[in-house]
Design a protein around this ligand. Sequence first.
Ligand code: ATP
Ligand code: MG
Length: 155
Amino acid sequence: IEPVPVRVLDLLEEVREEFKRSFEGEIRVEAPPEVWVRGDPNRLHQVLANLLANAIKAKAKTIHLKAFGLGERVLVRVEDDGEGIPKEHLPHLFERFYRVDKARDRERGGSGLGLAIVKAILEAHGGEVWVESEVGKGTAFSFSLPASGPPPPPP
Ligand code: ATP
Ligand code: MG
């Protein structure tokens, strides 16, 4: 698939719209309009949708979607105030089929593939992803992607 310039603010707002109906909490979006990345918009949407679905399963009340430009890179953060993840699990989260609490996670549905897919998509875009979390406080997934300029004006 041919990568195209994607405005990060639009991407975040589209995901917010998509989750509005199924999520009772608040989704806040904060991103400068001039920040762009290059990629497949559907795949990047899938990354954000997977991260939001996880935050909602973790009983978040508020989800923050933030992005900013950092020179040649763009940083995106998905922060939630859900139940958090015990430290010993953090190094394994992006492994296929890895789940923190087998019984609980099975009840909540899913297969443990979401974050492995997130990582694969981001790496295919020249990106990186990492996680910070504190039990009882919440979780933040961050990823970086190469920055892009806006699309060329139509002739
Ligand atoms: P799938 O995404 O395939 O439907 P899943 O959500 O269980 O299933 P992943 O998205 O890969 O799988 O997440 C792996 C595990 O990491 C989850 O089962 C959950 O325990 C934990 N996890 C992921 N994101 C969060 C989060 N924001 N807060 C708390 N725990 C999380
Ligand atoms: Mg998931």
